[in-house]
Design a protein around this ligand. Sequence first.
Ligand code: SAM
Ligand code: SF4
Length: 345
Amino acid sequence: EELRQLVDAMVGGYLPTLDQMEGLLSLDREGAELLFQGADRVKRSIFGDEVHIRGIIEFSSHCSGRCLYCGLRADNRGLERYRMGEEEIVSCAREAIDAGYMSLVLQSGEDGGYTREVLGRIIGRIKSYKDVGITLSIGERTYEDYRYLRDAGADRFLMKHETCDEVLYDRLHPHSSFRRRMECLRQLKELGYQVGSGFMVGLPGQSLRSIVLDVLLLRKLDVDMAGIGPFISHPGTPLGDSPNGDPFLALKTVALARLVCRRPHLPATTALGVLDRQGRDMAFFSGANVVMQKLEPHRYRRMYEIYPKPHGEDLPIAEERRRLEALIEGLGLKVSKGRGDAVRP
Ligand code: SAM
Ligand code: SF4
């Protein structure tokens, strides 16, 4: 009863204490139902029953970064790498647009092999084919690069803060720092990008309190989007022996983020789907309103190994989209026909 009152108050806009939020993240399956229902009410009040499908082109697996958790890190020599060429990226995007995609994400490792001019040309060519929403997720670059790419037509940028625990962050990112990450996020916002952040749940050394603070950081950053997913251990990394994050905890965290941050687009993350297929679908009823679908050719998907994952059937882009739409409609939800821009107050 006390829990019901707390969740009702949060649906009405009450910001709970840190201890209350930790309590919500510790709920068992039965208690979490109330949390999920509350998050679902807030989600429906903003987005109705619409799910946005975003197409993601993972165009390069080369990375100069050394994030301890990620299979693409520069030190992982056991991985075969690829780079998609300009024509290949543009034609992949066009095929996706023809299949109905209105929102595309261009993601890669931190790959200096693509100059801002090349990336800008790719963005311009996609935009002139159709004015879809274009999101970049290419990591830390110079302010000049960010400005150039914004001018070239990029609408959005995804850069997760990964963890708000500065000591842990700096340990996990020997090539960079938490301060640098925050500076990038501030620059992106200043340049007028719709900005997405997010973090991983279950990183080794991360506490429940720290996850609560991650949610509050999203609120403080006033993000337009946030990706929250479980950490998945990759054997070719220094964290290869660490256990995976708990998908149920990740689901509760998504629900908490919906109640506390309200307006951001929240995906049912791919990582959640890898650890718990049903959990991913449940996320649409626990606050999430977005799903990402990979678009690059399947031979590349297998190589883009951030974490170990099952390899799906090799189907054409249009057929994959039809199946995803059917899945969403099968859940009683609707597929959005729009670009899914930020919902600003
Ligand atoms: N290189 C860019 C960057 O780091 O922002 C974009 C690509 S990076 C692969 C995208 C996201 O993958 C990261 O923000 C991180 O949260 C996630 N990721 C990397 N390794 C992961 C792992 N082992 N488990 C779960 N997510 C992971
Ligand atoms: Fe590179 Fe991004 Fe992976 Fe870090 S998370 S190693 S920057 S691809």
